[in-house]
Ligand binder design. Structure first.
Ligand code: ADP
Length: 247
């Protein structure tokens, strides 16, 4: 996977400034959370990394390569969207192999990669299942397997837990967080859910009105919020956070 850098990215649509000088680096193997209220520019940031949006100013690099003007199909990014968006006219295996097929990877290698990935994600043996017959959590893993199959430079996750019930969500936050960490994935995790960002990400960028207000570890943000906006936005029930130790 790659190191991803945004340098002073600005994105304007007519009279709206969606990103206003956004700079950060996602280190190789790190999952960076992008957290903030609705309309603060999270999705635009993700879409700019994916290449669906071109910055009005500034640059995007993968490792040392400037990809600012590289089209999405040549960026090798893995995408996981909310509500899975699996292809329901395809089996689990066909879903996971989709990107590989597009890349021209042969059938035998596709089958092997799919089997390995499903096994790794704890859904081994589900190859021939119809994704609509799977539970929410299982479907989410299929979505993750599909995104990881192409061995992406970066995995982009856009509110992937939306639509799941609270109990499952909580379990998956821990499971998927551990999984991303074990797989050494470079990831950008967009969410408006403070707890989710804190539980799942190595570092978190808190955005407000197109700008990054603070970027730090969950503990750093929680213990030393940079300003009133961050303090208010991340004010949480502390007992739910794994890094808060109670005397
Ligand atoms: P978030 O994901 O944090 O909810 P977005 O990145 O979707 O925020 O949007 C940031 C701002 O940019 C919002 O004010 C939104 O209305 C605006 N915006 C996003 N995409 C477009 C677009 N294609 N055209 C015009 N305005 C847009």
């Amino acid at each position: 996977m790659a190191r991803v850098t945004l340098d002073s990215v600005r994105k304007t649509y007519d009279d709206t400034t969606a990103m206003d000088g956004v700079s950060f680096t996602v280190d190789d193997g790190e999952v960076l959370g992008v957290l903030g209220p609705s309309g603060c520019g999270k999705t635009t940031t993700l879409r700019t990394i994916a290449g669906f949006e071109t910055p009005s100013a500034g640059s995007v690099s993968f490792d040392d390569a400037d990809v600012t003007h590289v089209p999405p199909e040549n960026r090798n990014v893995g995408l996981v969207f909310q509500e899975y968006a699996l292809f329901d006219n395809m089996t689990v295996a066909e879903n996971v192999a989709f990107g590989l097929k597009m890349q021209g990877v042969g059938k035998a290698e596709r089958r092997e990669r799919v089997t390995d990935l499903l096994e790794m994600l704890g859904i081994g043996g589900f190859e021939d299942r119809d994704p609509t017959t799977l539970s929410g959590g299982q479907q989410q893993r299929v979505g993750l397997a599909r995104a990881l199959a192409i061995e992406p430079s970066i995995l982009l996750l856009d509110e992937p837990m939306t639509g799941l019930d609270a109990k499952l969500k909580r379990r998956l936050q821990t499971e998927v967080g551990d999984l991303l960490s074990d797989l050494d994935v470079t990831g950008l995790y967009v969410t408006h859910d403070q707890e989710e960002a804190m539980v799942m990400c190595d570092r978190v960028a808190v955005m407000n009105d197109g700008r990054v207000e603070q970027i730090d570890t969950p503990r750093g943000i929680y213990e030393n919020p940079a300003n009133d906006f961050v303090a208010e936005f991340v004010s949480l029930d502390a007992p739910d956070l794994p890094f808060v130790e109670w005397a």
